[in-house]
Design a protein around this ligand. Structure first.
Ligand code: BG6
Length: 481
């Protein structure tokens, strides 16, 4: 392994999202989001868990920031709940919402921690879903722009790093295709149409930001997974190439180059899944360029050639869900089935939730993205979901998490040595939090939260073994890895 120092100003951080930690779902004027509503439907989440209380970060953020300072974090990524700022998504601003995030930002800065603000981490105001049909309507673009305008004006003097959309690839496919997230839709054509509107909103926000906060940096956070071929057979290599184009370039090319990959566009047309792209849309997408690319990395994928060389036909039903990659089932008639089939990689171990563990894939991901787009990279998420055990003497010995993070950071270091400019690394997550569909037992944090799906208990914060490990890594700027 090549060794290379981490840059002196490397942003060692951790991340979270509003719905997963804040709680206070109706406190101080907050309006409902699509997640507040979605989780009320029976059977949607594990044990019916919701973010109504979550880990009550809203009332305990001083305690959480003190722990971040104790860990030595240089950056903390969190998201803003749109419906805390604008309860209806539009109209009157809720000053209490602005105040909450303002206090959080001040507290972080006082502890020498850079706030990294995500504008949208999946919790669309319910009012915008009801009134406009959410992201399927272009009406959302100026509304998102106004919401961003309010935040850039309120916090642009104190916050340098901003993330536009968190994992657009994940929330559009889970929300509009697999119906496992709100708005609970299962329609591929509508997914592609909504995705295009979000691309336009992303470009609009970036352009506005560059006008209002010229010294700041903004970019989307993308859920990236490098796709490898199952074998050296040229058809498998071609399948992997196509899978990378469909799963990764489809979004990153638009963010960074302002254009969609042609092959996929053509295929969408053949399958009657195409959406409208006007000349003005094209000009807008071309005009906006992010300052960095946020990469969330959990795992990649492996594919082989499609089962049959099918002629494209209109899209039908979808049966298989890979929540992270838009992976294909073997026999369905989906877009993917014309390009590849997903297979499991026999060389990789899996987490208890079946996610492959592939630190080398992390290095490949970072290098591929940089080599393709030449933009700095901010790792905005990476981490291990696991069942943790609280021992009788109230310890959490999460060596598995330490190993996971250590292995990934070594690969990140190798990517830096290979010339990739990496701004920082936000582990997912700082405290344990609500794992959208998996309740509170799939834990990611450096800090254990003493609650479970059925009993919120006292929500006591207990630093895990990994907390002290990370504290040490940060202290010596990665030399102990
Ligand atoms: C990312 C999201 O997709 O993965 C996070 O940005 C999420 O919000 C994380 O929690 C882990 O996913 P999960 O389903 O294990 O909670």
């Amino acid at each position: 392994m090549m060794t290379q120092q981490f840059p002196e100003d490397f942003l060692w951080g951790a991340a979270s999202a509003a719905y997963q930690i804040e709680g206070a779902a109706t406190t101080d004027g907050k309006g409902p989001s699509i997640w507040d509503t979605f989780v009320q439907q029976p059977g949607k989440t594990k044990n019916g868990t919701t973010g109504e209380l979550a880990v009550d970060h809203y009332h305990r953020f001083h305690e959480d920031v003190a722990l971040m300072a104790q860990a030595g974090l240089k950056a903390y990524r969190f998201s803003i709940a749109w419906s805390r700022i604008l309860p209806d998504g539009e109209g009157v601003v809720n000053q209490a919402g602005i105040q909450f995030y303002s206090d959080l930002i001040d507290d972080l800065l006082q502890h020498g921690i850079q706030p990294v603000v995500t504008l949208y981490h999946w919790d669309l105001p319910q009012a915008l879903q009801d009134r406009y049909n959410g992201w399927e309507s272009r009406a959302l673009i100026p509304l998102f722009e106004r919401y961003c305008h309010i935040l850039f004006e309120a916090f642009g003097d104190r916050v340098t790093y901003w993330v536009t959309f968190n994992e657009q690839n994940v929330f559009t496919s889970l929300g509009y295709r697999w119906a496992s997230h709100p708005p609970n839709v299962s329609n591929v054509k509508r997914m592609y149409a909504a995705n295009h509107v979000i691309n336009l909103a992303n470009a609009t926000a970036i352009n506005l930001f560059h006008k209002l906060v010229p010294n700041g940096s903004i970019g989307p956070s993308f859920g990236y997974g490098y796709v490898a071929p199952e074998s050296a057979h040229p058809l498998d290599i071609l399948a992997a190439h196509d899978a990378n184009q469909l799963n990764n370039d489809w979004w990153l090319d638009v963010y960074c180059r302002g254009q969609y990959p042609q092959k996929i566009l053509t295929l969408l047309q053949q399958l009657n899944l195409a959406f409208d792209i006007t000349d003005a849309d094209q000009a807008l997408l071309k005009s906006a360029k992010p300052d960095f690319i946020g990469i969330n990395y959990y795992h990649g994928g492996t594919v082989k050639r499609p089962a049959v060389n099918q002629q494209p036909t209109a899209d039908k039903s979808f049966t298989k869900i890979d929540p992270y990659l838009m992976a294909a089932d073997t026999q369905d008639d989906s877009l993917e089935s014309h390009l590849f089939q997903s297979v499991s990689n026999p060389y990789l171990e899996k987490t208890e939730w079946g996610w492959e563990i592939d630190p080398i894939g992390f290095q490949i991901a970072l290098r591929t993205v940089y080599e393709r787009y030449q933009l700095p990279i901010f790792v905005t998420e990476n981490g291990l979901g696991a069942f943790d055990t609280l021992t009788a003497d109230r310890q959490i010995n999460d060596d598995y998490r330490i190993n996971y993070l250590n292995d990934h950071l070594l690969q990140l270091q190798a990517a830096i040595a290979a010339g990739v400019p990496v701004i920082g690394y936000c582990a997912w997550s700082f405290t344990d939090l609500l794992s959208w569909l998996n309740g509170y037992s799939k834990r990611y944090g450096f800090v254990y939260i003493d609650r479970d799906d059925h009993d919120a208990k006292q929500l006591t914060r207990i630093p895990k073994k990994s907390f002290y490990w990370y504290q040490n890594v940060i202290q010596n700027n990665g030399e102990s890895l």
